[in-house]
Design a protein. Structure first.
Length: 329
């Protein structure tokens, strides 16, 4: 549903509270100062003015012989058209609440205490690093709708017996937001998370919408909606939908002879909005249909099995999409 504007206009209304896991007195003092509109330095925590233009920030600063002077931005106070609201950073923090041991910084492997405290106080969260990678200005962000925090499972590797190693991770939740006259959706791929693949993304929605559900609906092409209404089999991998047209025995793949005079299949490369290729192992050039296995050139998608027939590939309607390289909370 549409986020209540009371959640966005929080200046001097955030009654800061802390969960039992957040006992750091400096952090607590910094939070109380920041959310009451004050500046101050509380050991590594700094509530500062004029971080960017008229926006104020709560940051964590560190100075060490290992990596020099660095900081993480924990939260921004944004001022837009007279309205003031807060936005927390859900990216994996490199320095906040970490320590240095044996000449190396011990990283955060999950949600940091400051991020836990921000969520505990109802502060909307987005991965700031993703904005940098996508070339978007986080300071111009206006949140429209949020899905809420959740816990998901992902595969981190495989043991000696080739069994998947699964970890439970926190995800700050899906978010619909505007930057200027453009609308964006931030989420994880809901199909891939079922396979243990944690694939966060930001995509630009083609129309103005006011809910996450409407955003997802706008990404589905009319051709795909019509196929679903007709009861046709429709599968998806990332940015591409695949509509079943024929049984596997109906067509032969386009073939060519290589210099060794062996028959080889010509794979079809599918690209949407400049993202990494999706490659189908079988392709019929005359019909423009694909079959076999569809592999993704990145790490984000599980192979898609289309061996039961010939499918028409249809890209979604996104204006552009951004793959998030850095980890998110």
């Amino acid at each position: 549903m549409l986020m209540d504007k009371k959640m966005l206009t929080q200046l001097k209304t955030v009654n800061v509270k802390f969960p039992k896991s957040c006992k750091n007195k400096n952090m607590q003092a910094a939070f109380k100062a920041f959310f009451s509109g004050k500046c101050g330095v509380f050991n590594n925590y700094v509530a500062t003015e004029n971080y960017v233009a008229t926006e104020n920030a709560l940051v964590y600063r560190t100075l060490s012989v290992v990596d020099g002077y660095n900081q993480d931005v924990l939260c921004l106070r944004l001022v837009q058209e007279g309205n003031v609201y807060y936005l927390g950073n859900s990216s994996r923090l490199a320095y906040a609440e970490t320590s240095v041991a044996f000449g190396r910084r011990c990283p955060n492997w999950g949600t940091s205490p400051s991020q836990t405290a921000l969520e505990y106080n109802g502060i909307p969260m987005l991965p700031f690093q993703a904005f940098i990678e996508a070339g978007l200005k986080v300071t111009e962000t206006v949140i429209v709708d949020q899905g809420g925090a959740e816990t998901v499972k992902r595969i981190t590797g495989y043991d000696r017996k080739e069994k998947p190693i699964i970890e439970t991770v926190h995800f700050t939740g899906s978010t619909l937001f505007n930057i200027g006259d453009k609308t964006f959706l931030f989420d994880i791929d809901r199909i891939e998370i079922e396979h243990g693949i944690f694939n966060p993304f930001i995509t630009e929605i083609p129309v103005k919408v006011d809910s996450i559900g409407a955003a997802y609906d706008s990404l589905v092409p009319e051709l795909v909606k019509t196929a679903i209404d007709k009861g046709l089999i429709v599968k998806r991998q990332g940015e591409h939908f695949f509509i079943k047209q024929l049984e596997s025995s109906a067509l032969s793949p386009t073939k060519e002879l290589n210099w060794e005079k062996e028959i080889v299949n010509i794979p079809a490369r599918l690209t949407a909005q400049g993202n990494r290729d999706h490659v189908a192992s079988l392709y019929n050039k005359e019909q423009g249909l694909v079959s076999g296995l569809v592999e993704h050139q990145g790490r984000e998608h599980k192979d898609l099995d289309l061996q039961d027939g010939w499918y028409l590939p249809v890209p979604n309607t996104a204006v552009r999409s951004f793959t998030i390289i850095g980890d998110v909370d």
